[in-house]
Ligand binder design. Structure first.
Ligand SMILES: Cc1ncc(COP(=O)(O)O)c(C=O)c1O
Length: 401
């Protein structure tokens, strides 16, 4: 088994002097000291608003902010840091797209998403469909919890204008075949957007290899600060798009009656950006790179296999999804125990895992559930965490007998 957790756990202050078993990483991740130090250092040594001030402190903050943009561009294999727009998270990134792509759609157009999407990759498109009259279609999922692309000839057609798909399911852990979907989408002339909220944190990303046009992700799920997020997009597409929010710094010139826009990415960063969080995200990316994304993926895949093996031995457990290409997330139900009761009992063991619909109600209804329990791992989790969870589950099942 990988030794990664024992190597890195002491970097995360939340685990100091604590027997916390944190298995809710798909919701948010814990933060290493390096990220906390960076945030503290900006507040104490270089805090001034970015892109405005002419004094040295403002120049320092701006330099650190723009340096972070370069680190993130490099982290995901982007051609240029101009393609990196800082947002507050994947939700804002996806809303930005659904808003700014509005003018390209008409009633005969179709938006293609899938049955395994998070609400953040459903509702912005439903709202866009309401505004434009465009239709939403769903790629179905198989019994295994994988995307069913067998009917892709019907689903993808010349009316398909936008395809927006999650990289990794936040309920099933399925890793979707993004290269293949990007290629089909482009063959019918559609734009392809990837919701990378559960992808960039756990896998090495190269946006060019994925073949997508946009990739959205959240900083807080990948060791970075809350309120940090990214939208990557191809420069020529970003150039053509209308801004999402308007206000300070996103303009070129403003008169009493009109305004023209700043260049990309600033056109999409209206108002004071969350620059300290963005700088913190740069530190998180540096930390992840110092470990190595491939090592993190291997560790999590191994731990997921270990968790599946152990959970399957528990009586009356139903594990959702059995796809082979999966990572870090396992959802399950135990017969006759409501997931909310389970979570409360697990809390007594200091085990934190999420129960509920995971902001994926259409998927949960497909699974015939209203709620599941979901464990989700990261680089600091190990087999002992899984062992303790399984022992606790057995004891809780015993109380309910
Ligand atoms: C697949 C997926 N997409 C989007 C989001 C939204 O991310 P955020 O709440 O950080 O904006 C999440 C959050 O859990 C997610 O799992």
């Amino acid at each position: 088994m990988s030794q990664l957790a024992s190597k890195v756990k002491s970097d995360f202050p939340i685990f100091t002097n604590s027997d916390l078993i944190y298995l809710d990483n798909a919701s948010t991740s814990q933060k290493p000291q390096a990220v906390l130090d960076t945030i503290n250092s900006v507040y104490t040594k270089s805090n001034a608003n970015v892109h405005r001030a002419l004094y040295s402190l403002g120049a320092k903050a701006t330099e650190e902010y723009e340096e972070s943009r370069k680190k993130i561009a490099n982290f995901i294999g982007a051609d240029s840091e101009k393609e990196i727009i800082f947002t507050s998270g994947a939700t804002e990134s996806l809303n930005l797209l659904a808003y700014s792509l509005s003018s390209d759609l008409s009633p005969e157009d179709e938006i293609l998403i899938s049955e395994m999407e998070h609400h953040s990759n459903i509702i912005p498109w439903q709202q866009l469909a309401k505004r434009t009259g465009a239709k939403i279609k769903y790629i179905p999922i198989t019994q295994n919890g994988e995307l069913d692309l067998s009917e892709s000839n019907n689903l993808f057609n010349s009316n398909t204008k936008i395809v927006s798909i999650t990289h990794v399911s936040n309920v099933l852990g399925t890793i979707n075949p993004i290269e293949k979907i990007s290629s089909i989408a482009h063959q019918c002339g559609a734009i392809i957007i990837i919701d990378g909220a559960q992808g960039a944190a756990h896998k090495k990303i190269n946006v060019k290899d994925l073949g997508c046009d946009f990739y959205a992700f959240s900083g807080h799920k990948m060791l970075g600060p809350t309120g940090s997020g990214v939208l990557w997009g191809k420069l020529n597409l970003l150039d053509q798009m209308e801004p999402f929010m308007s206000g300070g710094e996103m303009i070129d010139k403003v008169t009493m009656t009109s305004a023209t826009w700043n260049e990309v990415p600033y056109k999409f960063e209206a108002g004071t950006p969350n620059f300290i969080q963005a700088i913190g995200l740069g530190a998180a990316v540096e930390y992840l790179e110092s470990i190595g994304m491939d090592e993190i993926t291997d560790h999590e895949k191994e731990l997921t296999r270990y968790a599946l093996d152990k959970l399957q031995k528990i009586h009356n457990i139903k594990i959702h999804g059995s796809g082979s290409n999966r990572i870090g997330v396992v959802s399950f139900n135990i017969e006759n125990i409501h997931p909310h009761d389970l979570a409360q009992f697990l809390n007594e063991y200091n085990i934190a895992l999420r129960v509920g619909h995971h902001c994926a109600q259409p998927l949960l209804s497909k699974l015939n559930e209203t709620a599941t329990a979901r464990l989700s791992t990261y680089l600091y989790n190990d087999e002992q965490d899984i062992d303790k969870l399984c022992t606790a589950l057995q004891e809780i099942i015993g109380y309910f007998k």
